[in-house]
Ligand binder design. Sequence first.
Ligand SMILES: *Cc1c(COP(=O)(O)O)cnc(C)c1O
Length: 340
Amino acid sequence: MNTIRYDFRSDTVTRPSAGMRAAMAEAEVGDDVFRDDPTVLQLEQRMAAMLGKDDAIYVPSGTQSNLLALMSHCGRGDEYIAGQDAHLYSHEAGGAAVLGSIQPQPIAHQADGTMALGDIEAAIKPDDHHYARTTVIALENTFGGRALPMAYMNAVAEIAQRRALGFHLDGARAFNACAALGTDIKSFTAAFDTVSICLSKGLGAPVGSVLVGRQDLIDKARRHRKMLGGSMRQSGILAAAGLYALDHNVARLADDHRRAKRLAEGLAAYPALKVVTPDTNIIFVDADKDIAERFDAAMAAAGVGILGTYGKQRWVTHIDIDDDAIDGALAAVVAFFEGK
Ligand SMILES: *Cc1c(COP(=O)(O)O)cnc(C)c1O
């Protein structure tokens, strides 16, 4: 039973709106394995055009999208460079190693979330039979809710180009990054060979991600998607939600960011809560150990859903969190600290 009234656990908890459900119900469909589904084709073409890339492929999840990208960039025994806490390395069940026979070369993050350029350079292996072949560098942006600056992405792009490596972006929340940085999605993704974008997070679709990129890589991804069991049939029903999201739910991401800032300010009023000011829609809160346990319990009792316990909390705003939900959550916080 769901006793959560205000669900801040993740932007993946969103439910399709009435308008999105109507678009799904009315979608024209065909068999996408035969490339016969006009709605899937439309979503793929639209995403490719938006990012200024050759092609795109619609997939069930962001995890599969990243895996397809790595498998398309790398051969068996190759290696990819990624951040130690990058989702595609640390949160995808080791899929690249298990299913792709691809080895990770993780790099420590600096305090600002970036990888040091010198560390990236130093991790690229020389062409020597002792080493795995370094094939691709993967960045993630937003990273932990932070919008990493364009200058950083461009600096890593320069390394990838100079060392003749592929360049992949895990842009699960790329549209959030664009809203925060005030840039457009085409400029934001211009330097990358492949880009993975989630439709099922802030964009509010129930299912789906899109891998966008260079033709030869998307062609390989199409074969790998089939191999991994990710090819779907009348998936236009799902892709219609993605198209609806692109029409209706991109510009409004700024509202999520505004609400996250207001929530963060309300939380930061209490010194026991160490609040990281959010760039986008994700707030991290470190609570003093002596209150953390009671605070978590009080939020749960008040129907405020947050992720993480005992001091390390994550609050995420999204399309189903309106101004009233922020007020409701802050009222529960005030009640906890001030007993009213
Ligand atoms: C959510 C997420 C993914 C994976 O998406 P799923 O659809 O949950 O598999 C990949 N990368 C990042 C940064 C994410 O936040």
